[in-house]
Design a protein around this ligand. Structure first.
Ligand SMILES: [Zn+2]
Length: 271
């Protein structure tokens, strides 16, 4: 499944390949990886830029929004001439210029909610199951808990690792979920059921969302290449005013209807 790199690619990605943890093998793994980015706002922009530049083979972008002036401070794939245009199309065009090795696919739609057959929206049809299962990893770059819950359920259903990011005000959050190996986003949500606020209402400091999105890309590439260790069952938080990263361990639980059954074998260590 891994294709050998060309000489030109070996030269292009040399600064990564010289890292012994990555080497040619790691770079080839990246080149053969398919990444799904759901949400092409601040998080998705930063994550896609890093993943595309680093040499991921395929990136699929999903979003139904158009570029607005208020996006420009954070969403650096877009420029003033693209206001009013599709985010997915604008991001795809920019990423293709950044790295022609990376195949970019744009889907101008949102994931169908569970009851979409009753009240469908204007968005195009997406087959959620096909979309998730044909990727090696999913980055949740959305901004609402309904989408986050749906993406989490789909990732566990299809055994696809999930890198979830969130940013608001000066604060960022990251969570990695690996089906069969770790607790899921629903487990996290049970513990931190914070009231839903959007960046429109609460505000967002632009660099914070860029940091979190780029960190999602870092975690994704670690998982794809099997490099180092990725924090599982752990919420990572970042405070952009006090400059503190913190890790919060999730208590072991068997009661989750999303991941409980899958993790039965890995969680039964007395917890
Ligand atoms: Zn769970």
């Amino acid at each position: 499944m891994k294709a050998p790199l060309t000489t030109k690619q070996v030269m292009r990605y040399n600064r990564q390949i010289v890292l012994p943890q990555i080497d040619i093998d790691g770079q080839e793994l990246l080149a053969s990886s398919r990444v799904l980015i759901i949400g092409v706002g601040g998080l998705g922009n930063a994550a896609a830029t890093s993943l595309c530049g680093s040499g991921v083979g395929k990136i699929t972008l999903v979003d139904e929004d158009i570029v607005e002036h208020t996006n420009l401070p954070r969403q650096t794939l877009f420029d003033e001439t693209q206001v009013g245009h599709s985010k997915v199309a604008a991001a795809k065009a920019r990423l293709s210029q950044l790295n022609s090795d990376c195949v970019t696919v744009g889907i101008e739609a949102s994931l169908q909610s569970d009851n979409s057959q009753l009240a469908d929206t204007h968005s195009a049809e997406i087959n959620n199951d096909e979309l998730i299962s044909e990727h090696d990893i999913v980055l949740d770059c959305t901004d609402n808990t309904q989408s986050r819950d749906l993406i989490n359920r789909l990732c566990y259903k299809h055994g696809v690792p999930l890198i979830s990011g969130a940013a608001i005000r000066f604060e960022g959050q990251l969570f990695v979920a690996k089906p069969g190996e770790s607790q899921c986003y629903a487990c996290l949500r049970r513990l931190f059921s914070a009231p839903e606020l959007s960046c429109t209402e609460a505000g967002i400091f632009s660099p914070v969302v860029n940091i979190v999105g780029t960190y999602q890309a870092l975690l994704a590439m670690q998982v794809l290449m099997g490099v180092g260790s990725v924090p599982l069952n752990t919420l990572l938080t970042f405070d952009g005013l006090q400059h503190e990263w913190q890790q919060w361990s999730l208590p072991n639980t068997m009661q989750c209807d999303v991941c409980g059954e899958q993790n039965k074998d890995t969680n039964n260590t007395d917890g």
